[in-house]
Write a protein of this length. Sequence first.
Length: 169
Amino acid sequence: MLEVAIQTSKRTTGKRSDRLKRRRIVSKKEIIKLIAKYGEEDDFSGNISYEHIQQIEVKLNVILPDSYKWFIKTFGHGGVAGIEVLGVTSKGVSTTLKTTLNYRRYGLPPAFVVIENVDEWLYCLDTSRMNNKECPVVDWDCFGNVGKEEFSNFYEFLLERFAEAIENL
């Protein structure tokens, strides 16, 4: 289980609000329940092997946080309510790897791993700031805005992005 801060405001300007509603414990089980309740049949590509995760780490020259490894090992690629978390598709294509390598050509820092493309910016794991096998999720755009921390870890990112999208259904 992991303690995360749940925000009350929505990201409309691309900047994180400092107003926090409450602190709570988030578990994998809670995320699975949320996905089971609001996900549709083909929202996720399905699980992948640990060897595939290791290949991504080698090709990107990073160590992925445990929370993200759990997500892509369990769900592969996908999301709920219009949120698409990059991972590995059912055909074995690593959208995370492909997208990260593509944006590195435009200046994405080598320690950043793209996990969601929101058009105006990207959400990335900042693997240079690993702490207890977890790292923050930052935003990045190719216009020079580098790595403002948006979420303290992947679990917080996942829960908040899904919850916000579900609220807006």
